[in-house]
Design a protein around this ligand. Structure first.
Ligand code: IPE
Ligand code: IPE
Ligand code: MG
Length: 256
């Protein structure tokens, strides 16, 4: 066990050495996918994959803070995920509640700032209470922002922004001429945060599933076949190394 542990650390150390710490992605967003397939491969119920995925969540939060990532956004539950079987949905909600309860002290001690992206008011009172406690407890922290996208849908987020902007115009607190891209960004759940530099999707799916549609306009995308419950620090490091090989052009010609 110990040798396996130190081997893994050596691997991580080797990968860490390949990273240019001056060019880290500031914001990393992750579509955590493949929990169900991970469980099915082992002949286990899908929910076993969700439980195993919690370990990955803990490790990736910790690793991101250690590496020096400033914003980490994890997609935990989409608006569309309510269409799953009721038992799976309630298990997932229970896991989220348990995670926040167990990890709150660690988040707080690691100086992590915490934000929920999504409609919290539609969650059960238990889950909401836990999340509100966590937001409150991490309020004064100054370290990495950890966003959890929970009951999140990007189209709903954009719709919410439109509604707020129109209401402000009707109330006379905003002028039509002030609407620009920055104003729209400032009305999204990620207001005041930079757009993700790097999007990682696990389990090999080639789609974005209604995640941060506006914010991902120029993100670099890394798709890994690794299923979320198997995703560890070394996979995050590999994704960052891949990201650092990319030439980000933003529509321009580099070295004309
Ligand atoms: C991701 O794993 C977790 C959530 C969407 C909540 P899935 O449950 O989507 O796993 P697969 O894609 O069915 O393997
Ligand atoms: C996206 O995964 C949502 C989350 C990771 C929370 P899904 O498994 O729900 O996405 P689809 O259905 O494969 O597009
Ligand atoms: Mg999936």
């Amino acid at each position: 066990m110990l040798s396996k542990l130190s081997m893994q650390t050596r691997k991580e150390r080797e990968l860490l050495e390949q990273i240019d710490h001056e060019r880290l992605p500031v914001h990393v967003a992750v579509i955590m996918d493949g929990n169900g397939r991970w469980a099915q491969k082992r002949g286990l119920p899908r929910v076993a994959g969700h439980r195993a995925g919690i370990t990955s969540v803990r490790k990736i939060i910790e690793a991101s803070a250690q590496i020096g990532i400033q914003y980490l956004t994890l997609y935990a539950f989409s608006k569309e995920n309510w269409q799953r079987p009721a038992g799976e949905v309630s298990y997932l909600m229970g896991l989220i509640e348990e995670f926040v309860l167990k990890e709150l002290d660690t988040l707080s001690k690691n100086n992590i700032r915490f934000k929920v992206l999504g409609h919290m008011e539609e969650l059960s009172a238990n889950v909401r209470t836990r999340l509100e406690e966590a937001i409150h407890k991490c309020q004064a922290n100054t370290g990495m922002w950890f966003n959890v996208a929970l009951n999140y849908g990007s189209r709903v987020e954009i719709t919410d922004a439109c509604r707020t902007i129109v209401r402000k115009i009707q109330q006379g607190t905003l002028d039509y001429a002030e609407i620009d891209e920055n104003l729209i960004s400032d009305h999204l759940y990620t207001a005041s945060q930079p757009d993700p530099d790097l999007l990682i999707r696990t389990s090999g799916e080639l789609r974005i599933s209604n995640f941060l549609l506006w914010q991902l306009a120029y993100s670099e995308i890394v798709i890994t076949p690794v299923l979320w419950p198997d995703f560890r620090k070394q996979h995050l490091l590999k994704a960052i190394i891949d990201y650092q090989t990319r030439e980000r052009r933003f529509g321009k010609v580099i070295n004309p």
